[in-house]
Design a protein around this ligand. Structure first.
Ligand code: CAP
Ligand code: MG
Length: 430
C-alpha cells in the first residue's frame, strides 16, 4: 500500500497555463531520496499535500495541486494554480511557497530563487505609489542619482545632534538624511523630537540652498505605532517614511503602504535581517525574490547592495535587482531569474549603500547608472573636513562620473574630493 503521493505532483510533460504562478527552486535531496521525489515533495508541501496518502479528497483538490513541470539538475520549476492564492495577500503567498518546505528532512538544501507572478495575480496589488518618475518630480531632481546619508555613529546622537548632522548633510548638497535601521525612538533620541528638530533644519537648508530636501525617518514599531508615526511625519510636511521591512513583515508593510500613500508618503525600505536568509547560495530565499515582493506590495525603494562596499553581494546580483525594481518587463536568466511582466505596477528605486565613500562612486554608478539612490554615510562623516565637505566630495564624484572624467582629474579643481581621495583613495572596505 502506498504511504505517500509525492510523485503525483511531478509531471515533466505538463505545460502551465498563463495564469499560473511559477517558482524556480534550487534543491538538494537528502540521502536516499531521488530528485524527482524531492521536487514532488516541494510541490506537495507548498500547495495541497501532506506526508501520507489520504482518502476523502473532494474533486477540486486535484486542480489545486502544484506541479513540477521542469527538472534541470538540481533546479525545479513548479507551477501553482491561481485558485490557491488569496487575492492581494502576499503574506499568504509566502506561507505557501516560502513556508514549511524549508524545514523538510527530505531536503538537504532548498532555495527559492524566483517566481513569475502572472498578470491576474499582480492585478490585485497596488505596487509603489509614486514610481521613480514621481519620486524625481517630488524631489525635483533629474539626470543624476539621488543622494543621502545616515548620521554616524548609527545610534547615540541626541535628536538635536542628529538634526545638526542632517543639516550639514543637506548643506553639502545631499537630498536625503536617513535614520539607521536600529534607530527608532530611544530615550536619548525620541522619534517626536527628531521629527520636530529635523523639520526645522530641513526648512533652513531648503531656504539656504533653494533645493528640495527630505529624510527617511524610521517609523519601525508595531503597526499601530507605525501609523501614528507616519501621520506625524505628514503633519510636519515630510514626503517619506522609512520601514525596516523584513523585521516588520509583509503584512505590516502592506497596511502601511496604503496608510502612507493616503498621506502622500513614499516608503524607504531597509532590508535589515535579509542576509539571515538570502546569503547562503544553497538555502533560503534570494534577495531578488524579496525585492520583487517589496515592489509588488508597494515600497518606493529598497537597498540592493554595492558590490564594492563592506557588505556581501555581487555586481551581477545588484544589477539584476535594479532590473527587477526599475524595468516593466524583466527577461529571465537560466537558473537565476524568471521572466516577469509588471503590468501596471509602478517601478521602484534600487538603493546602494554600505561602506561607500567618494572613491567608490564610479564603481557603483557603473553598475546602476543614474537611476538609483546613493547612500554614502560613514564615507561623508569620516571626511577629514567633516560631513558637509564629505557630501560635497561625493557630489563632485557623481559629476565626474556623469561627465566621464577620472576622479583624480576632477580632484585637481575640487579640494573636497581631493581630501577624500587622500584619505580613502579607492579602498574597498571589507
Ligand atoms: C550603511 C548602513 C546601512 C547599510 C545596509 C549601515 O552605513 O547605514 O544600514 O548599507 O546594508 O548601517 O551599515 P555606511 P544594505 O555607509 O556607513 O556603511 O544596504 O546592504 O542593505
Ligand atoms: Mg544602517
Amino acid at each position: 500500500m502506498a504511504i505517500d503521493w509525492y510523485m503525483d505532483f511531478v509531471d515533466t510533460g505538463y505545460n502551465p497555463a498563463g495564469d499560473e504562478l511559477i517558482c524556480l527552486f534550487y534543491f538538494e535531496p537528502a540521502e536516499g531520496i531521488s530528485r524527482e521525489e524531492a521536487a514532488g515533495r516541494i510541490a506537495s508541501e507548498s500547495s495541497t499535500g501532506t506526508w501520507t496518502t489520504l482518502y476523502t479528497l473532494p474533486p477540486r483538490m486535484k486542480d489545486l495541486q502544484a506541479t513540477v513541470f521542469d527538472l534541470d539538475g538540481n533546479y525545479a520549476k513548479i507551477s501553482y494554480p491561481l485558485e490557491l492564492w488569496e487575492e492581494g495577500n502576499a503574506a499568504q503567498l509566502l506561507s505557501g511557497i516560502a513556508g514549511n518546505i524549508f524545514g523538510m528532512k527530505a531536503l538537504k538544501h532548498l532555495r527559492l530563487i524566483d517566481a513569475t507572478l502572472p498578470p491576474v495575480y499582480i492585478s490585485h496589488y497596488k505596487g509603489p505609489y509614486f514610481g521613480n518618475e514621481g519620486i524625481r518630480k517630488m524631489m525635483n531632481v533629474y539626470d543624476r542619482p539621488l543622494t543621502g546619508a545616515v548620521p554616524k555613529p548609527k545610534i547615540g546622537f541626541s535628536a538635536k545632534e542628529h538634526a545638526e548632522v542632517g543639516y550639514e548633510t543637506w548643506m553639502g548638497g545631499f537630498d536625503f538624511v536617513k535614520d539607521d535601521e536600529n534607530l527608532t525612538s530611544v530615550s536619548f533620541n525620541r522619534f517626536e523630537d527628531r521629527v520636530e528638530l529635523l523639520t526645522r533644519m530641513r526648512d533652513r537648508a531648503e531656504q539656504q540652498t533653494g533645493d528640495t530636501k527630505s529624510a527617511f525617518i524610521n517609523i519601525t514599531a508595531d503597526t499601530e505605532t507605525m501609523e501614528k508615526r507616519a501621520a506625524l511625519l505628514a503633519e510636519y510636511g515630510w514626503n517619506y517614511a522609512m520601514i525596516d521591512v523584513v523585521v516588520s513583515g509583509t503584512a505590516a508593510v502592506m497596511t502601511l503602504r496604503d496608510f502612507c500613500s493616503d498621506l502622500g508618503l513614499a516608503i524607504h525600505a531597509h532590508r535589515a535581517m535579509h542576509a539571515a536568509f538570502d546569503r547562503d547560495p544553497k538555502h533560503g530565499i534570494t534577495m531578488q525574490f524579496l525585492a520583487k515582493m517589496m515592489r509588488l506590495i508597494g515600497v518606493s525603494q529598497i537597498h540592493t547592495g554595492t558590490a564594492v562596499g563592506k557588505l556581501a553581494g555581487s555586481r551581477e546580483e545588484s544589477s539584476l535587482l535594479a532590473d527587477i525594481l526599475r524595468e516593466m518587463r524583466v527577461k529571465g536568466l537560466t537558473h537565476i531569474a524568471l521572466d516577469q511582466d509588471w503590468g501596471a505596477i509602478k517601478n521602484a528605486f534600487p538603493v546602494s549603500s554600505g561602506g561607500l565613500h567618494p572613491g567608490l562612486v564610479p564603481d557603483v554608478l557603473d553598475i546602476y547608472g543614474t537611476e538609483c539612490i546613493l547612500l554614502v554615510s560613514g564615507g561623508i562623516h569620516g571626511h577629514p573636513k567633516g560631513t558637509r565637505d564629505g557630501a560635497k566630495a561625493t557630489m563632485q564624484a557623481v559629476e565626474a562620473w556623469t561627465d566621464g572624467i577620472a576622479l583624480e582629474e576632477k580632484a585637481k579643481n575640487s579640494p573636497e574630493l581631493k581630501a577624500a581621495l587622500e584619505k580613502w583613495g579607492f579602498y574597498k572596505p571589507k
